[in-house]
Ligand binder design. Structure first.
Ligand code: PRT
Length: 106
């Protein structure tokens, strides 16, 4: 089973140790604009798949997007831990926002 941290590390390794024939290497060689184009395309494909009935197609497209976002993160020098930290900080913030919303609704 491919976990996101392990995939991030593999992508980072491709950046530091380019491997011939690697798609990840091809993206890094093409550069940021190409990576952004792929993230845009894959996002659109997720939206289209979400409107269709096939769960398999949706899962496939989300996995494509996840991979390309990880490539973008590596290219920008952003770690998975930074994203996790941001999400953790929101945990407290969001529950406070929800509490305020609940109080307003009373
Ligand atoms: N998860 C992925 C992954 N998801 C999608 N893709 C590639 O993303 C591309 C998306 O398909 P598209 O038709 O949109 O793009 P394309 O026509 O192939 O290429 P473009 O010219 O449009 O960029 C395909 O070529 C897929 O192979 C991925 N390529 C690699 N990985 C992971 O990265 C690891 C390292 O891969 P390499 O760098 O290729 O060794 C692999 O073991 C996988 O775990």
């Amino acid at each position: 089973m491919q976990d996101l941290d392990a995939l991030y590390q593999l992508i980072l390794d491709r950046k530091n140790n380019p491997k011939e024939g690697s798609y990840t290497d091809y993206l890094f060689t093409k550069g940021l604009d190409k990576i952004l184009k792929k993230v845009g395309e894959e996002s659109t494909e997720v939206i289209v798949a979400a409107k269709n009935d096939s769960d398999d197609e949706f899962v496939y497209e989300v996995a494509d997007l996840a991979y390309h976002v990880l490539v973008l993160m590596v290219d920008r020098g952003i770690s998975v831990d930074q994203i996790k930290r941001e999400l953790s900080e929101r945990e407290g913030l969001m529950s406070k926002t929800k509490e305020r919303r609940d109080i307003k609704e009373l």
